[in-house]
Ligand binder design. Structure first.
Ligand code: DTR
Ligand code: ZN
Ligand code: ZN
Length: 316
């Protein structure tokens, strides 16, 4: 399709992807049509679950876990990196040492966009040593991976630059994400306009918790859930207990999603969300039963879609 009007700014950046949908709103005769923002895709929960199966197989083949400094962690990194490289991302491994073992952060940049204004989405890829870590945090890792692959599949070209991250050694005290933030120059830190964190988003007895940090990011997630008619609550099960904390401490606007860990679901929460009252959101938290059976497909689906929605909305 050839455009007969000059296209500038956001429209120019998105025209390659969205030519068919860009000018779908009605326009007054003679006036330039209003540009329409690109809509986020629906993330395939089947694809997200396929990544979880792969992470489970990796744990099973490597002593039952994907923990920092173990073979299951490097295999997890290689799996995620292989998918991203094949899709056209620029990937970087950042190594650090913790407890005498080498750890890795995987960073994937999507070429294009304004690198002075970066939207990041991240999740920790390590598990504890006691299990495969499929909800904690295969769930966030798989959702972020599938969101990144959806960016590539759409050839999405937002105005902002997109960066995805998989952190190492979160379970040892946010070691990888702290290392990343501490090693950013102040100029590069200032270029990050938002960091979105996904840690435990498929709990089997789920709640829908939104981090109460940056108001714009929080509202973006709330808008998504309002649109699908799902109530949310503010996340309170340990503020600062995941990889958004170092970003927040450094002054980066943060947000994220969570479906609950060892806290108990109340009767009021069951009235909103269903599930079992008096039972933990995740009874297998940090246990050997955190396997592919320890996932609510509904929660995983909703939160994966919410992740993509926020990445799209906040980057254009
Ligand atoms: N940091 C997590 C679990 C966790 C507990 N509370 C929250 C709140 C928000 C995100 C995550 C969490 C772990 O990896 O064990
Ligand atoms: Zn976690
Ligand atoms: Zn954990």
């Amino acid at each position: 399709m050839k455009l007969s009007v000059p296209v500038t700014g956001r429209a120019a950046a998105t025209v390659a992807v969205a030519v068919a949908t860009l000018f779908t709103t009605g326009s007054i005769a003679g006036a330039a049509p209003a540009p329409k923002v690109a809509a986020a895709p629906d993330i395939s929960v089947t694809n997200v679950k396929a990544h979880l199966s792969q992470l489970q197989s990796i744990a099973t083949a490597n002593g039952g876990n994907r923990a920092h400094g173990r073979a299951g962690y490097t295999a997890s990194i290689n799996y995620v990196r292989g998918k991203l490289d094949a899709a056209g991302f620029t990937t970087t491994l950042q190594s650090f040492t913790s407890g005498g073992r080498t750890g890795y952060n995987l960073i994937a940049d999507w070429p294009g966009g304004d690198t002075n204004s970066v939207i990041m989405a991240g999740s920790h890829l390590d598990s504890v040593t006691s299990g495969a870590g499929i909800n904690d945090n295969g769930s966030g890792s798989a959702a972020v991976l599938e969101t990144a692959l959806a960016v590539a599949a759409a050839d999405y070209q937002p105005t902002k630059h997109l960066r995805f991250a998989w952190w190492g050694a979160e379970e040892l005290g946010l070691v990888g994400s702290k290392y990343y933030v501490n090693n950013l120059s102040s100029a590069n830190r200032a270029r990050i306009s938002g960091y979105l964190n996904f840690d435990m988003i498929g709990s089997p007895n789920p709640g829908y918790f939104v981090y109460d940090d940056d108001p714009t990011i929080e509202q973006t997630f709330k808008d998504y859930f309002a649109g699908i008619g799902v109530a949310t609550e503010i996340e309170t099960e340990g503020d600062g207990r995941s990889d958004h904390a170092p970003f927040k401490s450094a002054g980066v606007p943060v947000g994220g999603l969570f479906t609950g860990a060892s806290r108990t679901k109340t009767a009021a929460q069951v009235a909103k969300w269903g599930g079992t009252s008096g039972q933990a959101f995740d009874r297998c938290y940090h246990s050997s039963c955190d396997t592919t059976s320890n996932i609510s497909d509904t929660a995983l689906n909703r939160n994966s879609d919410a992740a993509a929605y926020a990445v799209w909305e906040l980057s254009q």
